[in-house]
Write a protein that binds this ligand. Sequence first.
Ligand code: ZN
Ligand code: ZN
Length: 460
Amino acid sequence: MTPKVKTTDRIPSQNLRQYAGKLLLQNEIPPELASHLTQIPSIKRKVLYHECQRCGNQKKFLFGTIPCAKCKKLHLYCRNCVEMGRVMACEPLYYWSDEDSIWTSYDSPLSWKGTLTDTQQKASDQLVAAIIEGKKEFLIWAVCGAGKTEMLFQGIEAGLKLGKRICIATPRADVVRELKPRIQEAFQKVPVQALYGGSEDKEGSSQLIIATTHQLRRFYQTFDIVIIDEIDAFPFHNDESLPFAVNRAKKERNTTIYLTATPRQNLRLRLALKKLPHTFVPVRYHGNPLPVPTLKICYSLKKSLRKQKIPKILLEWITNRKNQSRQLLVFVSSIKLTKDVKIFLQNCLASQLGVIVSVHSEDEQRVEKIELFRNKNIDVLVTTTILERGVTFPSVDVVVLDAGHAVFDEAALVQIAGRAGRSADDPTGDVIFLHDGKTDAMVQAVHSIRAMNRRGGFSL
Ligand SMILES: [Zn+2]
Ligand SMILES: [Zn+2]
């Protein structure tokens, strides 16, 4: 093991700084720097299994073997994180553990001049206190459309004043893309980098970073404050290697902030046991209640698709929508269905609905299409659950086709309903769930939304 490098060593710290807090492969660092970095084994042999030290993978089937040209032996490598470059068992991982002093203590980093509502301000004050006191954890439970990004600003400001390194981690690249300009605009003096698969920023060397949770695998004990957006969201809650990466990316002493609109059982339990300090924001920033979904029974959806004939109930709803100028977000359960439903709507209702487009996670034009929809160049967007959360469109009605499908769990349905009525100019919106039999998820989603409205002071 090479000893930890002090900034007084031969190589100036600014040359090392770009590596601060990152976990690197041999081929990612210039050879002359290698001896200045700390090495850790890339794959650890435990008693019964191996563990990849970059992603935490312990599953046997996610390790492969490959002949090594250097050692002339067969080696294990981790397939789980291979897209970040192959980690061979014989090569160490490198990191430069950064000294606290390399990060700037900003005087007044926040350029944002907006104001918070009273409810937002209360949550923001609690967040600032949690950061200044160095609390281990803090949860912001805020309904969809509460304006949680704005609620974070003063907390981030407090961290930057203290010279902390901060990461906002979110499961979805779409959300990273949407957050980057807003955060940079709010903190104009502070370099902000956004990291996701295929992002322009590659370095991950700035003090304030927005990253997908996958990208946190690149870091090692570097962040003082980690803000985990959408803690309940796929894939965080069912991919064990992501909590591993998030934990490893944090400094030993750190503050972790969780954000959610729909906490899952494990969090609810900790809240009920008063084991997690938190704040609850039950009202949207514009002061209107959350739209409550209407459940409509529709047995003939599959047949209608086959016969290219619109179900009566859907036709009635589309025709009688209160505000026909709203765009329409149509959620379906699979990638294949996005195309089928788009064609179906084009055949049946093009004259009534205008420009109809579909999008899904593997769509190469995904980013452009979402942008076109946001700018109202598209009237109807048929989508999978990729747009269930994190994205804001100003004026939409929402329909979920086959809402009883297993991909639409309670959290997903609450989030989907939360896409409607997000702007102050159009604070309401119709949300319907078409189904051929009510599921617990649907009933629970409606129940949760009503409960949140009641806590927000609405008698709906
Ligand atoms: Zn791995
Ligand atoms: Zn080797």
